[in-house]
Ligand binder design. Structure first.
Ligand SMILES: NC(=O)c1ccc[n+]([C@@H]2O[C@H](COP(=O)([O-])OP(=O)(O)OC[C@H]3O[C@@H](n4cnc5c(N)ncnc54)[C@H](O)[C@@H]3O)[C@@H](O)[C@H]2O)c1
Length: 355
């Protein structure tokens, strides 16, 4: 196989936002690009094959928690590389639909691994699409310089409108340094996926790459799934000429990374030599952006009224999530290329072209 060829690639959840974008860049380089996806109704309102899925992709409609579906698939497909994307992804939703998230994200992952054992097919490479949600609030630094993990903001604290951890400021997360401490069930299931795959890959000599993605946005993101995609949601409001409502004091902070940069990061990870130990990379823009700033960029683009603060909050929302890309950039042939203004413009153009 030449260094550019990908062999047989299996992508779980490969008909979703990130999976379709990956197919458009990578499917042609694969001997086969096979997608296992149940076309989840919350993501695929029409339950149809997405137009954005590359024509070379073979779509198998099935559920990652269904052992029989896996056995049928692996009788016919012998994957060299597995990109594991299938997941329930509702961070807030996971607090009241915990079992659904655990079933797909945790049991779906172990069901996949058991199927590889039954089929006697161990892929040589596994890539997990993990999340910054594993960090929870991450690390903060007090005024006296000491670093600590503040844990979770309580409901009572948020009701008092005490948004920050007083006398401290957040530090961008970094996989080699920041201890994970999820504050959502979703984040806990993504961390469980990491641990399960690391344990399994280690004892089967499988190269495992874990990409901890920050907030991904861009063309192809669902405009109808109200549980994900704040950039899409804000864009819809501003396009309709409405003022965007912003939670808390507007200073919740995220790292918004454009889909093209995420696809390039997967590509870079696949081009990087396999190692024995699992590797974890933070994938983001490297820039911390407040929600107020994001809302303003989008409102300005559409000449919509200025965003307004509501003081509302959501339990389980972390105050600050951004990453330090130093180690990722040193280890992968990759740096993000899209800044927020250009990415937001790219998304608006795509939205405008939608039926
Ligand atoms: N989009 C982001 O900002 C972001 C950030 C961090 C991590 N991630 C991770 O990246 C991965 C892909 O996210 P996305 O944004 O493309 O989400 P998405 O919802 O667009 O895609 C997920 C895909 O998985 C499929 N799926 C869901 N449950 C399934 C099941 N039981 N069996 C088979 N397929 C199933 C869905 O139909 C969908 O096509 C997920 O693992 C998510 O946790 C995404």
């Amino acid at each position: 196989m030449d260094s550019d060829a990908l062999g047989v690639v299996l992508v779980t959840g490969g008909a979703g936002f990130i999976g379709c974008a990956l197919s458009s860049r990578l499917a042609r380089r694969a001997e086969r690009w096979v997608v296992l996806d149940n076309l989840h109704p919350q993501v695929h309102a029409d339950r149809a094959r997405p137009d954005a899925l590359h024509p070379a992709a073979e779509l198998v409609v099935g559920d990652v928690t269904d052992a029989a579906a896996w056995d049928d698939l692996l009788r016919e497909v012998r994957p060299d590389t597995v990109l594991h994307l299938a997941a329930e992804t509702g961070t807030a939703q996971s607090l009241y639909e915990a079992t659904r998230h655990a079933s797909v994200n945790v049991v779906g992952t172990t069901t996949m691994l058991d199927a590889f054992s039954r089929a006697d097919r161990v892929p040589s490479r596994l890539v997990l699409s993990s999340s910054r949600a594993v960090y929870g609030e991450g690390e903060w630094q007090r005024d006296d310089g000491t670093v600590y993990r503040p844990g979770q903001r309580t409901h009572a604290q948020l009701e008092r409108a005490q948004w920050d951890f007083e006398g401290a400021r957040a530090i961008p997360s970094e996989a080699a340094r920041t201890q994970p401490e999820p504050t959502s069930v979703y984040g806990a299931t993504k961390l469980a996926q990491e641990h399960i795959l690391a344990a399994w890959a280690g004892s089967h000599d499988v190269a495992l790459t874990i990409l901890r993605l920050q907030n991904v946005y861009g063309p192809g993101q669902s405009l109808t799934n109200s549980y994900t995609g704040i950039v899409s949601l804000f864009s819809r409001l501003a396009r309709a000429g409405e003022s965007i409502p912003v939670y808390e004091d507007g200073l919740i902070t995220r790292d918004f990374v454009y889909i093209e940069d995420v696809v390039a990061a997967f590509d870079a990870a696949l081009r990087t030599a396999a190692t024995d130990a699992p590797v974890r990379f933070d994938i983001g823009s490297g820039t911390a952006t407040t929600i107020q700033e994001l809302a303003t960029v989008i409102a300005d683009f559409h000449r919509a009224p200025a965003p307004h603060l509501t003081g509302a909050f959501r339990d389980g929302d972390v105050r600050f999530a951004a990453c330090d890309l130093g180690r990722t950039a040193a280890a992968l042939p990759w740096v993000p290329e899209w800044d927020l203004a250009r990415g937001v413009a790219g998304l608006q153009d795509w939205i405008a072209a939608q039926p």
